[in-house]
Design a protein around this ligand. Sequence first.
Ligand code: HEC
Ligand code: HEC
Length: 262
Amino acid sequence: MAAKKAFWADVATVSTLQGDAAAGEAGFGMCLGCHNGANMNMGGVIPPNLDHAGTIYDKNYLVALIKDPAMASNVDHKYADTMMHPMGSIKSMLSDNQQIADVVAYILENKAGEITPKEAYAEACMRCHAVRYGKITQLGDTPAFKYEKDELAHKIKVLEEQDMVKAYMGKLPPDLSMMIRARGAHFMETFIENPQGQLPGTSMPRVGLNHEGYEKVKTYLTEVGDPSKAKREAIGPIVLGFFFIFTLLAFLWKKSQWRDLH
Ligand code: HEC
Ligand code: HEC
């Protein structure tokens, strides 16, 4: 507990340093050694794309993650030596506080911008959780296959990836298609921010999203969990149009009936 307090106090100090985004670009290059979009598993999961990390993650969390990924995501109890975390080697690559502040400044300045709900999901959760309703696996979007042979080959790759995630997490993280409906949005938000608080002993790491990042992930999971919603919304105007025409016809009919009576 004391070690955690000291860690977050240190993070808060680094957060107040004035970062130089231009100077941080070189440091960020080290991140790309792993976060390179190559879809290659590294120590358990495929490192997520960082294209919008400046939009979806909390600044303090980014500082903390570079300082000590196991501490930042609250899984330090899993590692006797936090260098063992699959991102742990960043500690020796970037150990100077000013350098860390520079990299974070670079991320906030250059890796921000508009992000779709699905992209937010892909960057924050997809490496661990599949979403069947969205045809998303830990390997990303499931392509459309012409030949069954190719489809089976892809399924095998997905299973192999899931085996690695399972070995890393101790269990395969659940499919999230229906999760927000089953658990509710409030549970979801507090769970992501502090999985240990809701499920003591869980292996899911804390994901340090900021408000915007969380809202995007929530939007994606809400839409994917309710595939008929888009259809219902498309039907809305048709129903209104129908009522309008029906009312008009009824009015004309009434007029024609009353004409004879007057
Ligand atoms: C040695 C490979 C490696 C390097 C270098 C590396 N990362 Fe990572 N990073 C990973 C892996 C693996 C994960 C996924 C860990 C997990 O989910 O348990 C990850 C996860 C992340 C996440 C997501 C965290 C979350 O909670 O959702 C962010 C953001 C991130 N890294 C940023 C960075 C930044 C910034 C740098 C450079 C300063 C960097 N990484 C360098 C391997 C690396
Ligand atoms: C590094 C892997 C990893 C990442 C990244 C991750 N999760 Fe998880 N998640 C897990 C594991 C493992 C479990 C199973 C936990 C357990 O049962 O102890 C889990 C469980 C869950 C649950 C179910 C909780 C319950 O009560 O059963 C929800 C909801 C969830 N994750 C949401 C998310 C969301 C949303 C994101 C992205 C913001 C995310 N997770 C990112 C590994 C991950």
